[in-house]
Design a protein around this ligand. Structure first.
Ligand SMILES: Nc1ncnc2c1ncn2[C@@H]1O[C@H](COP(=O)(O)OP(=O)(O)OP(=O)(O)O)[C@@H](O)[C@H]1O
Length: 556
């Protein structure tokens, strides 16, 4: 018996479903005990030639079997419903955490391992929670009752069974712990293979052009081999665990049977009692056999726990992630959604300093910046100067060591900001679907935003117009089209601050000038702050700052 408090807590979050599942399990077990008693009665009646009793006992056995069928079906359904509730809750929390990026660009999480945890990991804990947990409760409730009944019938037989039960529960603990340890390696291998496989599939074109297909195949083979070895190690541990449990169960039952036979031979007990000892001692071990079966089914869930913890599946909403999720909640739900942008005049950053925890010095040094509504503000800087870090600080993904960020004199909130990232993400669906994530659905709004973003002409040239399908990650559109569509989406979000990261990186000179014109226009009723590498596109921008190793200067 291995109790994992974290998963118990998940099961006890649904007390009604857990109680129903346990109660039905106990009833099913009672039908087994009842049937054992009826069989003992029928055999004793056969021995004594009591035809009427035999008939009665056989009818009872049949009735109990039918009752058990109904109860077993109800119990399976109760277990499925408990498992479903837990799965849903765990997945919901994981999704809530997953939908809050740690950084604008790189979150550090690998999609493949996330998928493995969210899919197979969550399914794995279902078996532990819906089957193993109720089976433990049932064992604790029923096993002592049967052992006491056996002690009453025959103290020696009861003692043999009691010792067998204790050994069956305690004996395999060391094996179970070893399996749990090996299981973690197994899960790590499984996650690593899933992550590598997904990345290889996504990057297949790049790998092919770099001539690394065979290298990738070798890496995947290596991962596969590691997973096979880890699986074998777990299976060896599992065999050991099963053998110890079986030895204790069989040993206890055989010893009790030997006591029963001795009673029969010496004539110490009537036939009915002998049969009862034989059958009940076997029934006493039934919950243990069930528990062992469910342990193997629920084992995958145990090994997935660290992965699930990493993605926040056991973290209650209410932490910083949830606050951020709430702050960036879907447009249409906040007070700043109705109608036009609720304007803000001034974004002011004062004395901002930040250093990464594992880095030697600060990346942003005592930075002051004011960006105003009405004119575009741009920040230029070399690669590594700290531009993305500054955006992550503005977005609240990183916490400054010192300094403040205010919008019109109050702290800047995540829901004040719309972002067009350097690598905009589009979702599988139509262009309209991608724009509708902002909550805006009116055709006139979509047309205006797309016109302002300079992408309307191209959309109208597609045969499907706004209903043209874009694939996952937007690969059916050009880089420039994706960027302008993302800009249209950000405009539809109606936030008072617009952050734009490298808006012209995927554009030719004409298009770049067009996008800068667009940003000038949208800056009339928003604070617009853009990052750029290309200072040559910023000749018309009045406020250009240059970021140099985390120090900000006004550009000349
Ligand atoms: N998670 C991190 N841990 C430690 N250092 C980091 C981390 N992320 C970024 N840095 C460092 O911080 C500095 C600023 O990085 P940042 O990504 O902000 O630069 P950037 O100006 O946006 O660069 P680019 O134009 O290439 O995107 C770099 O020296 C980078 O190596």
């Amino acid at each position: 018996m291995m109790i994992v408090p974290l998963l118990w807590r998940e099961a006890t979050r649904f007390p009604a479903a857990l109680t129903r599942s346990v109660a039905l399990l106990v009833l099913v077990f009672l039908t087994h005990v009842g049937q054992a008693v009826a069989i003992a009665w029928s055999m004793s009646a056969v021995l004594h030639g009591q035809a009427r009793e035999v008939l009665l006992a056989l009818s009872l056995i049949l009735g109990i079997a039918l009752l058990r069928l109904v109860l077993s079906l109800a119990q399976a359904s109760a277990a499925a419903s408990l498992g479903g509730l837990v799965r849903q809750a765990v997945r919901r929390r994981a999704m809530e955490a997953a939908l809050v990026p740690e950084r604008l660009h790189d979150t550090g999480a690998r999609d493949g391992s996330m998928r493995a945890s969210l899919g197979d990991g969550v399914d794995g804990i279902d078996a532990y929670v819906s089957k193993y947990v109720p089976a433990i409760v049932q064992l604790l409730l029923t096993c002592p009752v049967v052992v006491v009944a056996l002690l009453w019938l025959s103290p020696w037989a009861g003692l043999c069974v009691a010792v067998g039960v204790v050994f069956a529960l305690v004996g395999p603990l060391a094996w179970k712990r070893m399996m749990a340890r090996r299981g973690l390696d197994h899960w790590d291998s499984y996650e690593a293979l899933s992550a590598d496989l997904l990345e290889s599939l996504r990057g297949m074109a790049t790998l092919r052009t770099l001539g690394d297909v065979s290298g990738t195949r070798a890496r995947l083979d290596h991962r596969s081999e590691a997973l096979r070895r880890a699986t074998e190690r777990v299976m060896r541990g599992s065999l050991g665990e099963t053998s110890v449990t079986d030895a204790a169960v069989q040993g206890g039952a055989v010893a009790a049977a030997a006591v029963a036979i001795t009673h029969a031979v010496t004539g110490q007990a009537p036939a009915l009692e002998v049969y009862l000892i034989l059958l009940l001692s076997s029934e006493a071990f039934r919950p243990i056999r069930d528990l062992s079966r469910h342990w193997h089914a629920g084992f995958l869930g145990l090994t997935a726990i660290p992965g699930l913890k990493r993605i926040g599946a056991f973290t209650e909403p209410g932490g910083p992630a949830a606050e951020h999720a709430a702050a960036t909640a879907a447009p249409g739900t906040g007070d700043d959604q109705a109608g036009e942008v609720r304007p803000a005049d001034e974004l002011r950053v004062r004395g901002l300093s930040f250093g990464y925890p594992d880095a030697a010095g600060d990346v942003i040094h005592d930075l002051d910046l004011t960006a105003r509504r009405g004119s575009l503000t741009a920040i230029v800087g070399e690669s590594g100067a700290g531009k993305s870090t500054l955006f992550d600080l503005l977005l609240g993904f990183l916490n400054p060591r010192t300094g403040s960020i205010e919008l019109d004199g109050r702290p800047l909130r995540a829901r004040d900001i719309a972002v067009v990232s350097q690598r905009p993400v589009l979702f599988a669906g139509t262009i309209r679907d991608n724009l509708a994530v902002t909550g805006a659905t009116a055709e006139a709004d979509l047309v205006r935003a797309c016109r302002d973003a300079g992408v309307l002409d191209e959309i109208q040239r597609f045969p499907g117009g706004f209903d043209t399908e874009v694939t996952e990650a937007g690969t059916s559109l050009s880089g420039g089209q994706r960027q302008r569509l993302a800009l249209a989406r950000a405009l539809l979000a109606r936030r008072p601050v617009l952050l734009v990261d490298e808006p012209t990186s995927a554009l030719d000179a004409d298009r770049s000038a067009g996008v800068i014109d667009t940003l000038h226009r949208v800056a009339r009723d928003r604070v617009v702050l853009m990052i750029s590498h290309r200072s040559e596109t910023l000749t018309e921008v009045p406020d250009v700052f240059s970021l140099d190793s985390g120090h900000l200067h006004r550009s000349t």
